[in-house]
Design a protein around this ligand. Structure first.
Ligand code: OOB
Length: 561
């Protein structure tokens, strides 16, 4: 257990900025623990979380619906906090949380917030390679998982991770466990709570970066900065205590968590309905039954919903706002939202590192459908620069740099990366290529970072290349995006084989199986593998990914998928 709630490796906001953000009223000294306490005091009998069941457990298990009021969530968070403390989880400890869209997610996360322990927000899709890294890199004291979800048994993963990480003091399983781990349901107790409350400037949790490096970097967010982004989002998305937010994407991801997401909805005193599966066959009946008013989707899901809504009569009339973000939403698809779903589209271009842009609800339809919005805060500083960090005029595409009241000043414990990812004066290099309109709206034009955006799921090329390089037949590997009409992009791995393997090259499926076998999230397994004798080179002899992208785009026109 650490003495200090702010762990080493956090780059604080410089004092003059912190003062300015406080003076401007952005940072109001709120914490998540107190926020829930206050909502429970103000409207304890209102429903906070609806979990229809069905997101976890063995196939065929009868879904068990849960509806928790604010008072109940508050009480559960206290009892869970007391139980976790009793089992040795203390202030400053890191706890990897990997739960599907279930009510326990909120019980656990608010308990950790109250203790001042830091949830590390893993996604259900992560496997051994990712979870092992999060545990080792953060020196995690706990790991909290579901029993079974999406046909995968997380308890086996937990056993393996425990064997490799002696620092893990607690593995807790939401659901059934035959005895190796602790059942989450057995943890809550009426023991004492934390001795001291976390401070608003403390790190509240570690979020994951989409990443462009060998391993994902971790993003420390404070209570103050994150709650400001929630308050701003709640205002721009016009949420109040009558809001009913359907959480469709994995709850731990920054978009459904905070834009305005489930935490924004709880901040507003509204109701969060958890969607166990993202498809329209599950989501549409829930929207009708629960009177959902707002939800957020990545573009491929939005397309799926639009097609389904066009096909049949559905009760979607309560839906007021559909947020779409995580990847570029095409203008053609964007124009279909209002006529087909009968609600306002709000594009959101955000990043777990901070900056979030929204189109405004009363923007003209043209801005709503063709831009990715403008920043939440008047104090979000946005620069669009050329390759030498020189500012470009509006209308010219360049690199997006940003600094502001809810954008981090550094990744967690990553000084070498920080030197590359931030300017000397603290601007975050987003790796996105954007064009700014005179209204301040941004249009995302592309990406300079070495990443593939697979329908909102980010794949760092280097990470996959490293796994491919571990194969005995692979001499070199370069992973690039290829166009796809549904996901926007998919991954293509170009591979140069070792000379002795060229006669009998491994099959594509074999390489995919190999990567999968290294314990990677399924969305990172290359969609396509191309064998080449050598890579095209740039003028200075580096692999020209631009040429590789052009080659695969020509070979696989977007429409053939
Ligand atoms: C969201 O967060 P991350 O951290 O998974 O990914 C951030 C990156 C951005 O840098 C950009 O490359 C891309 O995702 N992105 C978009 C986009 N929204 C995100 N690219 C084009 N158009 C958009 N609308 O993805 C995220 C976090 C909070 C809210 C929404 C999305």
């Amino acid at each position: 257990m650490q003495d200090r709630a702010v762990p080493d490796g956090f780059t604080p906001y410089p004092a003059e900025f912190a003062e300015r953000y406080r003076a401007a009223g952005y940072w109001r000294g709120e914490t998540f623990g107190r926020m829930l306490r206050e909502r429970a005091a103000a409207h304890g009998e209102r429903i906070a979380v609806v979990d229809p069941g069905g997101a976890s457990g063995p196939p065929g298990r009868e879904p068990r619906e849960r509806r928790w009021t604010y008072a109940e969530l508050d009480r559960r968070a206290d009892r869970m906090a007391a139980g976790l403390l009793a089992r040795g989880i203390g202030p400053g400890d890191r706890v990897v949380v990997q739960l599907p869209n279930t009510a326990e997610f909120f019980e656990v996360v608010f308990a950790l917030f109250r203790i001042g322990a830091l949830p590390v927000f893993a996604l259900p899709a992560h496997r051994h390679a990712e979870i092992g890294h999060f545990c080792a890199f953060t020196g995690a004291a706990g790991y909290i998982v579901a029993d079974l979800a999406g046909g995968y048994d997380y308890r086996e993963l937990a056993s393996r991770v425990r064997a490799e990480n002696p620092a893990l003091r607690l593995i807790a399983v939401a659901g059934d466990d035959p005895g190796e781990h602790v059942r989450l349901a057995d943890i809550p107790c009426d023991g004492p709570g934390p001795e001291r409350e976390p401070e608003p400037g403390d790190v509240a949790f570690l979020q994951l970066s989409g990443g462009s490096t060998g391993v994902p970097k971790l993003i420390p967010r404070t209570h103050d900065d994150y709650i400001y982004s929630l308050r701003g989002s709640v205002e721009l998305c016009a949420l109040d205590e009558h809001a009913v937010y359907l959480c469709v994407l994995p709850a731990a991801h920054n978009f459904p968590l905070s834009s305005p997401g489930s935490l924004g909805t709880l901040y507003a005193g509204g109701r969060v309905v958890l969607c166990p599966q993202p498809g329209p066959e599950t989501a549409f009946p829930l929207i009708g039954r629960e009177g959902v008013t707002v939800t957020g989707l990545v573009p491929p899901l939005a397309l799926l919903w639009l097609d389904a809504a066009e096909r049949g009569p559905h009760r979607l009339d309560t839906l007021r706002v559909l947020l779409v973000g995580g990847a570029k939403f095409s203008a053609e698809a964007a124009r279909r939202v209002r006529p087909v779903l009968g609600c306002t589209l709000q594009q959101v271009f955000g990043m777990a590192e901070g900056l979030v842009n929204y189109t405004r609800l009363d923007d003209p339809e043209e801005l709503i459908t063709t831009t990715q919005g403008r920043p939440i805060s008047p104090d979000d500083e946005v620069r669009v620069v050329d390759d030498h960090d020189r500012d470009l005029p509006d209308g010219t595409t360049g690199h997006l740099l940003t600094r502001g009241p809810y954008t981090i000043r550094g990744y967690w414990n990553a000084p070498a990366h920080n030197a590359n990812s931030f300017t000397a004066d603290g601007f975050y290099r987003t790796g996105d290529l954007v064009r700014r309109l005179p209204s301040g709206h941004l249009v995302v034009e592309g990406r300079a970072k070495d990443q593939i955006n697979r329908g909102g799921e980010k794949v760092a090329a280097e990470e996959i290349e490293n796994h491919l390089l571990a194969h005995p037949a692979v001499h070199d590997a370069a992973v690039v995006s290829m166009p796809d009409p549904y996901l926007g992009e998919r991954t293509c791995a170009y591979v140069v084989l070792r000379a002795e393997h060229r006669e009998q090259p491994p099959k594509t499926v074999e390489l995919k199986r190999f990567v999968r076998g290294r314990g990677l999230a399924e969305y990172k397994v290359p969609d396509r593998v191309e064998f080449v004798e050598a890579f095209p080179a740039t003028g200075i002899g580096k692999v020209s990914k631009k040429d590789l992208r052009a080659a695969i785009a020509a070979a696989v026109p977007a429409t053939t998928h």
